[in-house]
Design a protein around this ligand. Structure first.
Ligand SMILES: Cc1cc2nc3c(=O)[nH]c(=O)nc-3n(C[C@H](O)[C@H](O)[C@H](O)COP(=O)(O)O)c2cc1C
Length: 224
């Protein structure tokens, strides 16, 4: 068993190793089992109420990669070279509203909620969505709420990748409407059940990153 200090140092090294990689080596492929490991850290990520309102679409198809490259200024320099490219989809209101079929099925068959507390739990979810977070006006708030959850998975996947020496770049550089149109044409949004949240490229760097810049610790952490 490694001691805690060694472990902490390894984790911190991974945080320094990770950077938003601008250019990937086209000749280096992430081994399948390593990428599966990265995806698994996404799958195991926490989500609000445990709803897992996401899908991770791994885009290896060259034609679709080219379309994404043309449609996304943030992905342009990363494609086609990145070894793996992931689109994080968020479930839309039709699936995440408290009385949706998706939630009924998820709570019964995935979370294994006992039947007798299901209705009570869902009325708590309704209260949360209606009053606490005000998510029920229009389509966008619930979509954005699901989208927030996908960023937890994104962060875990990038950190896990860094811990095994794999580079990544998160990508928000695209027009949501245009990208949703493209993904819909590709049949990836399942008739409006999903919308794009964020994307990420994974692979291996071609050059050393710029030194990290961050605001000072005491500027971003406040103890009260
Ligand atoms: C949600 C998110 C979206 C981002 N979108 C892009 C992008 O589209 N293209 C890009 O090159 N970098 C993108 N970045 C990278 C950031 O610019 C980068 O993480 C930040 O400047 C800090 O640098 P570092 O990650 O190298 O430490 C994104 C980062 C995050 C967290």
């Amino acid at each position: 068993m490694r001691n805690k200090d060694t472990l902490k140092q390894e984790i911190m090294d991974a945080f320094h190793f990770r950077h938003a990689t601008k250019e990937f080596d086209p000749d280096k492929q992430i081994p399948d089992e390593d990428f599966r490991f990265i995806l698994e850290t996404g799958r195991l990520s926490p989500s609000s109420f445990g709803f897992e309102p996401w899908r991770f679409v791994v885009v290896q198809n060259p034609e679709l990669r080219e379309k994404i490259k043309q449609a996304s200024w943030g992905a342009f320099s990363k494609l086609p070279a990145a070894s793996h490219f992931v689109i994080f989809l968020a479930r839309t209101k039709v699936d995440t509203i408290y009385n949706s079929d998706y939630l009924q099925d998820h709570l019964k068959n995935v979370s294994h909620f006992p039947e007798e507390i299901l209705e009570k739990f869902l009325s708590k979810v309704e209260e949360f969505q209606r009053d606490d977070f005000k998510l029920l006006d229009g389509e966008r708030p619930l979509y954005d709420w699901a989208s927030k959850q996908t960023y937890v998975a994104l962060a875990n996947m990038m950190t896990a990748a860094a811990q095994i020496g794999i580079d990544s770049c998160p990508i928000e550089g695209f027009n949501i409407e245009k990208m949703n149109q493209l993904l819909d044409e590709e049949g990836l949004l399942e008739d409006g059940h999903f919308g794009i949240s964020v994307m990420a490229a994974f692979g291996y760097r071609t050059q050393d990153p710029r030194p990290k810049t961050r605001r000072p610790f005491d500027d971003v952490v406040k103890w009260v």
